[in-house]
Design a protein around this ligand. Structure first.
Ligand code: FNR
Length: 366
C-alpha cells in the first residue's frame, strides 16, 4: 500500500520536495532573508523537554476541544496558506474537505485559488475561518467580509504581520508569479493601486493585499462592520497582546511569524507563546502556528498555553502527495502522534496538558 511508507510529516515534506516544480517548491518552503526564524520555529521545539507522568490510567483519551465555542475532534487545524492550487488541482477545496473529514478547522486564505463560496460549498459541515487582509480598498474588504459571512465562515483571522511583504530570496530569483491557469478569485475586481506594482509581491494577480497604513483603529472598523469574532494572526509580543485586550471584537490571538516568511530574526513562535498567554490569561483564546511537525510539538504548545495549533506547510506537503487524501493523512498522523504523546505523558485530554509538563533544556544542565 502506497501509504505505508508515509509514517511521519517529514515523509510528506521529502516527497513534496521531490515532486513539485522547483519554483513552486521554493515558494512553499522559503523563509525571509537568511531563514533564521524559519529554522528557529522548528528547532525551538527541540529545546523543550517533556516531564511525563505515569500511573494515571490513560486507557481512555479524548482529544477534542472547542475553538471559540465550535467543537473540533483534536487541537490541530490547517493555517492559511496562499496558492494551494500550485500543489494540487483545486488544492484549497481538497484541504477544506480533508479538514472537514477529520472534524478539524481550516483557515482559508484570502489568496486561495478557489473562492470562499466554492470552498465552503465543497466542505459542508467543516469548521472554517477566513483569513483576511484588511486591504487599502476598504469597501472591497467589506464586501469580502460579507462573502465570508454568507458562506458560513465562523471567524475572521486578520493577518497583522504583513504591512509590507517580506523578502524571500528564491521568489525574487525565480521571479515567482502565478501561472496563467490559476487565479485568486477572492480578489477578483480589486484594482491594483499605483504604489503596489511589484509583481513578485502580488503573484501577478495585479492586486496586492497589504496595507502599510494598517493600525489598531482599523481593527475597530472591522469589528464595527461584522459580528464574526476576530482573531489577530501574527502577534508576537505581550505588549501587542495587551493592546488587543482593549479591542472588544478581538476574541483570539494566533501567535505566528508567518512561517518565518516576514521579519527574519523574530523568535520562534513556541518561544513567545508563554509571554502572550501570560498577558491575556483566560480573556482570549491563544493559538500557535509555525514549525509544528510532530505530536510532541503539539503537546508542548498546549502545555505552554495554546488552545490549539495550526500547520501551514504540512498541509501543502499532504496536498502535493495525494490531494484531499494526502492532507487527511497528514492530519491523522498529527492526531495519532498527539494521542500517543498524551498517553505516554499521562494526559487524558487537552485540559490535562498543563505547564509543568514541559521545561526548557537548560533545566537539566542546572
Ligand atoms: C503562508 N502564510 C500565510 N498566512 C496568511 O495569513 N495568509 C496567507 O496567504 C499566507 N500564505 C502563505 C503561503 C505559504 C506558502 C506559506 C508557507 C505560509 C503563513 C501561514 O499561515 C502560517 O503562519 C505558516 O505557514 C505556519 O508555519 P508552518 O506550519 O508552515 O511552519
Amino acid at each position: 500500500e502506497m501509504s505505508s511508507r508515509m509514517v511521519c510529516v517529514a515523509d510528506f515534506e521529502e516527497y513534496a520536495n521531490e515532486k513539485l516544480a522547483r519554483t513552486y517548491k521554493e515558494y512553499f518552503s522559503s523563509g525571509a532573508d537568511q531563514c533564521q526564524t524559519l529554522k528557529e520555529n522548528a528547532e525551538a521545539f527541540k529545546r523543550l523537554r517533556i516531564r511525563p507522568r505515569f500511573l494515571r490510567d490513560v486507557s481512555c483519551r479524548d482529544l477534542s476541544t472547542t475553538l471559540l465555542g465550535e467543537k473540533v475532534d483534536f487541537p490541530v487545524g490547517v493555517s492559511s496558506t496562499a496558492l494551494q492550487g500550485l500543489a494540487w488541482p483545486d488544492g484549497d477545496i481538497c484541504t477544506a474537505r480533508a479538514a472537514a473529514q477529520l472534524h478539524s478547522c481550516m483557515i482559508v486564505s484570502t489568496y486561495a485559488n478557489n473562492s470562499v463560496e466554492e470552498i465552503s460549498a465543497a466542505s459542508p459541515g467543516g469548521l472554517k475561518w477566513f483569513q483576511l487582509y484588511i486591504m487599502p480598498d476598504r469597501p472591497f474588504t467589506q464586501r469580502l467580509v460579507r462573502r465570508a459571512e454568507a458562506a458560513g465562515y465562523k471567524a475572521l483571522v486578520v493577518t497583522v504581520d504583513l504591512p509590507v511583504v517580506g523578502k524571500r530570496y528564491p521568489d525574487l530569483k525565480n521571479r515567482f508569479h502565478l501561472p496563467p491557469h490559476l487565479s485568486v478569485p477572492n480578489l477578483q475586481g480589486l484594482q491594483s493601486s499605483a504604489s503596489q506594482s511589484n509583481d513578485e509581491r502580488n503573484y501577478g494577480s495585479g492586486a496586492s493585499p497589504e496595507d502599510p497604513a494598517l493600525c489598531w483603529k482599523d481593527i475597530d472598523w472591522l469589528s464595527s462592520i461584522t459580528n464574526l469574532p476576530i482573531i489577530l494572526k501574527g502577534i508576537l509580543t505581550a505588549e501587542d497582546a495587551g493592546i488587543a485586550l482593549d479591542h472588544p471584537g478581538v476574541k483570539g490571538i494566533l501567535v505566528s511569524n508567518h512561517g518565518g516568511r516576514q521579519l527574519d530574526g523574530v523568535p520562534a513562535t513556541i518561544e513567545v507563546l508563554p509571554e502572550i498567554v501570560a498577558a491575556v490569561g483566560e480573556r482570549l483564546e491563544v493559538y500557535l502556528d509555525g514549525g509544528v511537525r510532530t505530536g510532541t510539538d503539539v503537546l508542548k504548545a498546549l502545555a505552554l498555553g495554546a488552545r490549539a495549533v495550526f500547520v501551514g506547510r504540512p498541509a501543502i506537503w499532504g496536498l502535493a502527495y495525494n490531494g484531499e487524501d494526502g492532507v487527511a493523512e497528514v492530519l491523522k498522523i498529527l492526531r495519532n502522534e498527539l494521542d500517543l504523546a498524551m498517553a505516554l505523558s499521562g494526559c487524558r485530554c487537552p485540559a490535562e496538558i498543563k505547564h509543568p509538563l514541559v521545561v526548557r533544556e537548560e533545566y537539566y544542565s542546572k
